[in-house]
Design a protein around this ligand. Structure first.
Ligand code: MEV
Length: 422
């Protein structure tokens, strides 16, 4: 870099000016500038209003997982992800579940938690009682923030109190808010800010943080499915999958990877529809850590010897508001997904996570993950090595044949193909 990164006023520049500053600073070529600033179905001007210091739109492959049947309804699942084999594995899990009627899904009411931290209290215990005695006043004030929720019988519904800390005891007020079909972060945060001065007056304490919790304990989604033993290697196949699951139950190192696989699917759908996947990630892992970090899925054998899989996780997702509408592609992805409520969206995501996890541990407990994964990954390697479209498959085939799926082998194969074409 010719200069340092402390570019004053970068945010005030127009997008083109920003790109030209970047070009000068980093010696980017015209072609690089053209690629990085291309924005697809959304105009760069619009993107510039969404986040700060915009220079373009990032690209991520968008695919469709098939075979999903959930509560008797068919779904085509849009997934945005860079990792090969996720969409295929997800579809495969749904295909096996479909043999026995697909997934069953359920979501609880969309209750989010807003947290208010109160400090400097003489007696947190008596402050807690005062808050509970005046619960109706607090809820009424919170509900001033949303007429829509209020008029629909939703909004702030209840209060939970927790006292935490030893040296510095603090009182944590949980505002429980029914956010209906929204994700709810904005309204919950607004409500927390609205009631904070009231809580200070009521308790004589000092409020510090006022923010939603991403551990949305009261807003959970569930999915389950039966995977027929005949489709997964008989009773022995079932046992191996249960052993794989037990590994994740007993060992946190394994559970982290097991749950990462679940979130491969969940996040990909959230990203395709431009939802806050970080919120769902945070909630999922916090939930998995309750009682010691463990698997988000469970597996057992039914009386028929088939495998029964289930998943439960917090699911703070909405179908109203949010960022989906700013992106034409995310809007179309949502149309493809065709979910009508946040609860339906939640259990569809849970089913995707279960399908993904089932396929991953089934492969791991049998042939291993690398065989299928590397075959698909080989395509990425061939493309990254610079293979033109018409040579990608030949480079992949040759890499698989030589048993060396690596960038250096792709380059070598490509080089010799180009040489022999001259
Ligand atoms: C890779 O992205 C995900 C897996 O590692 C998940 C798992 O191990 O269960 C295959």
């Amino acid at each position: 870099m010719k200069n340092n990164s402390a570019v004053s006023g970068f945010h005030k520049l127009k997008t083109e000016e920003r790109l030209s500053a970047l070009r000068n600073l980093l010696d980017l070529t015209d072609e690089e500038i053209k690629h990085i600033s291309s924005s697809g179905a959304i105009s760069l001007d619009k993107v510039d209003k969404l986040i700060e210091n915009v220079i373009g739109v990032s690209e991520i492959p968008l695919g469709i997982a098939t075979y999903f049947l959930i509560n008797g309804k068919d779904y085509m699942i849009p997934m945005a992800i860079e990792e090969a084999s996720v969409v295929a594995a997800c579809s495969n899990g749904a295909k096996v579940a479909r043999l026995s009627g697909g997934f069953t899904g359920y979501s609880t009411s969309p209750i989010m938690i807003g947290q208010i931290q109160i400090l400097d209290l003489d007696s947190p215990d008596s402050a807690a009682i005062r808050i509970l005695q005046n619960k109706d006043t607090i809820l009424k004030a919170a509900n001033e923030k949303s007429r829509t929720l209020r008029e629909n019988g939703a909004g702030a519904k209840d209060i939970e109190i927790r006292i935490i800390g030893n040296e510095q005891r603090m009182l944590i007020v949980h505002l429980l808010v029914d956010v209906m079909d929204a994700m709810g972060a904005n309204i919950v945060n607004s409500m927390c800010e609205r009631v904070s001065p009231i809580l200070e007056d009521m308790t004589g304490g000092r409020v510090n943080l006022r923010i939603l919790s991403n551990l949305s304990m009261h807003r959970r989604s569930y999915a389950s499915a039966v995977f027929r033993k005949e489709a997964i290697g008989g009773e022995n196949g079932v046992d191996r999958i249960i052993e794989a699951y037990r590994f994740a139950e007993l060992d946190m190192y394994r559970a982290a990877t097991h749950n990462k696989g679940i979130m491969n699917g969940v996040d990909a759908v959230l990203l395709a529809t431009l939802n806050d996947w970080r919120a769902v990630e945070a909630g999922a892992h916090a939930f998995a850590s309750i009682g010691g970090y463990h698997s988000l899925t469970k597996y057992a054998k039914n009386s028929n010897g088939d495998l029964v899989g289930s998943i439960e996780l917090p699911m703070a997702v909405g179908v109203l508001g949010g960022s989906t509408g700013v992106s034409p592609k995310a809007t179309i992805a949502k149309k493809i997904l065709n979910v009508e409520s946040s609860g339906e969206f939640g259990y569809v995501l849970a089913a995707v996570g279960l399908a993904q996890n089932f396929s991953a541990i089934r492969a791991l407990a049998n042939e291993g993950i690398q065989k299928g994964h590397m075959k698909l990954h080989a395509r990425n390697i061939a493309i990254s090595a610079g293979s033109p479209d018409h040579l990608v498959q030949s480079v992949v085939d040759e890499m698989v044949k030589t048993g060396d799926i690596s960038p250096s082998n792709a380059k070598r194969i490509l080089g010799s193909m180009e040489k022999s074409n001259k």
